[in-house]
Design a protein around this ligand. Structure first.
Ligand code: BES
Ligand code: MN
Ligand code: ZN
Length: 499
């Protein structure tokens, strides 16, 4: 979809549809909505009076212009209560009107900037949110469907502003929104791909493509190199699969003068069968998405490379399948990680923390700091928090606060979980330094405590996205399937880390 900001009068725009808005409770529309109402001979005001248009959040009212304005359709988007308005609501509204208009066969859609100037929202931020909401809400994963779609796509989104003085800031917001939403949709694509199309080698190829397109540095560690580095935990998980494991290292250098590099680590299990501790078959197909953390960090790097903040960032993705094979790691086996710690594998389905143990310890060895890992780590986190926020854990409160803020600005909610010492005890092994499960209770926390053992004193955060990486129903700018969660938070963190 092409997106452009133009200066003009929305009532005169040649498009299939023009979009104006209404807050709940407003009886006499003003501004651009008022101008369109006038051009339509008072149709909007009349429909408000008759109770058809209420301005409720995400309501999209369709009026056929019948020649009164050049556009075939006038859509009135409900913005809800003005006192409750936020940037994230703009994203949701944009997604709703874009999808509604797609169903009505609109190819060229023009909209005003919704919400700029309301409740402290800057015009650039509002414009960015419209672009993000539109691109994210219209996302579809149809790669493997050979049948033609029912509706064509919205091919062009015009953002129309009356005031020429605002053009430049709106264009900046538009560009940023495009980069961030496209990166999020890239992560969604990788997660939605079935495991036979997204093996560890396929993930490495994706990273290679990103490195070429955005001039990033790429190193891929293969099995032999992992053996040399002593990555016994990652190799232990990879043993059951015929697919060779890959450790993907993708780097952006935006500040050559600085020796500091932020590290993003993403879990890249391209399929999690559970291994010898095999999962029940029901729902196992969902485990093609167990590389969502890895997808998020790669996609975040692609956005960062385009937005060019003055900072260095390296993404690390330990990628492997977790399968039961004749050579697979067995419950009771003991593995040794990069930092020399030995791990008793009580359950081969707790593979995420094993591959992350090596990736985190390797990141520390490479001098990356601070570290942020993103992982579909535990069903327990999903049970604890449900679908509507990710769990965040860390060893440095100031860093936790920064990430929560970066997430909030992106519309990605993060809820901090506790890291009390007592949980650490539960990971104690009688035969090795640590074991890979801490039992049933507080499973998301014991998993995080396990990871903490591999970062030492390096400032570190862990985001558990097991509950948020996919959604089973359409919700605002999220569509069924992968959400691309984490990308926008990580990008915001990188952008905010330059000052
Ligand atoms: N990949 C899963 C966690 C998961 C579950 C992600 C559901 C997304 C949706 C992880 O590897 C796993 O299997 N965790 C186990 C740990 C348990 C064996 C201690 C779990 O959560 O059941
Ligand atoms: Mn597992
Ligand atoms: Zn897993």
């Amino acid at each position: 979809m092409k997106i452009k900001v133009i200066v003009g009068d929305i009532t005169r725009i040649e498009a299939d549809a023009i979009v104006v808005n209404l807050f709940e409770g407003v009886e006499r529309p003003g501004g651009a909505t008022g101008a369109v109402d006038k051009a339509l001979g008072g149709a909007i005001a009349k429909l408000i009076e008759q109770g058809e248009i209420k301005g409720k959040l995400n309501e999209v009212s369709i009026i056929h212009s019948l020649g009164k304005v050049p556009a075939r359709i006038v859509a009135v988007a409900g913005l809800g209560k003005q006192s409750e308005f936020t940037l994230d609501k703009i994203r949701g509204v944009a997604a709703e009107f874009c999808r509604s208009l797609r169903k009505l066969n609109c190819r060229r859609v023009a909209t005003i900037v919704h919400g700029g100037g309301v409740g402290g929202i800057e015009p650039a931020g509002a414009c960015q949110a419209i672009v993000e909401g539109g691109l994210l809400g219209l996302y579809k994963f149809r790669k493997h469907i050979t049948k033609e779609p029912e509706h064509g796509d919205v091919e062009e989104l015009l953002i129309v502003e009356r005031d020429a003085a605002k053009l430049q800031v709106l264009e900046q917001g538009c560009e940023k929104g495009k980069v961030i939403a496209e990166a999020t949709n890239l992560a969604r694509d990788l997660v939605n791909e079935p495991a036979n199309h997204m093996t560890p080698s396929d993930m490495a190829s994706v990273a290679e493509g990103l490195a070429k397109t955005h001039r990033l540095r790429l190193t891929i560690l293969d099995r032999e190199r992992m053996e040399k580095e002593g990555m016994g935990a990652l190799l232990g998980v990879a043993r059951g699969s015929r697919q060779p494991p890959k450790l993907i290292v993708l780097s952006y250098k935006g500040d050559k003068a600085s020796s500091e590099t932020l590290g993003f680590i993403g879990k890249g299990i391209t399929f999690d069968s559970g291994g010898i501790s095999i999962k029940p078959s029901e729902g196992m197909a969902e485990m093609k998405g167990d590389m969502a953390g890895g997808a998020a960090v790669l996609a975040a790097l692609s956005a960062i490379a385009q937005l060019k903040p003055k900072i260095n960032v390296t993404a690390l993705v330990p990628a492997t399948e977790n399968l039961p094979g004749g050579n697979a790691t067995k419950p009771g086996d003991i593995l040794k990680a990069v930092n020399g710690k030995t791990i008793e594998v009580v359950n081969t389905d707790s593979e995420g923390r094993l591959i992350l143990a090596d990736a985190l310890a390797y990141a520390v060895k490479q001098g990356l700091s601070p570290l942020v890992d993103v992982a579909t780590l535990t069903g327990a986190c999903h049970v604890a928090l449900g679908d509507f926020c990710s769990g965040i854990f860390g060893n440095t409160q100031e860093l936790v606060d920064r990430l929560v803020k970066a997430g909030a600005e992106a519309g990605e909610r993060l809820w901090q979980m506790p890291m009390y010492e007592e949980y650490k005890e539960l990971n104690k092994s009688e035969v090795a330094d640590i074991k890979n499960t801490g039992g049933r209770w507080g499973g998301a926390i014991t998993a995080a405590q396990f990871l903490a053992e591999f970062v030492g004193d390096t400032p570190w955060l862990h985001i558990d996205i097991a509950g948020t990486s996919t959604t089973d129903k359409e919700r605002g700018y999220l569509v069924k399937g992968a959400t691309g969660v984490g990308v926008r938070t990580l990008v915001n963190l990188a952008l905010a880390s330059t000052k």
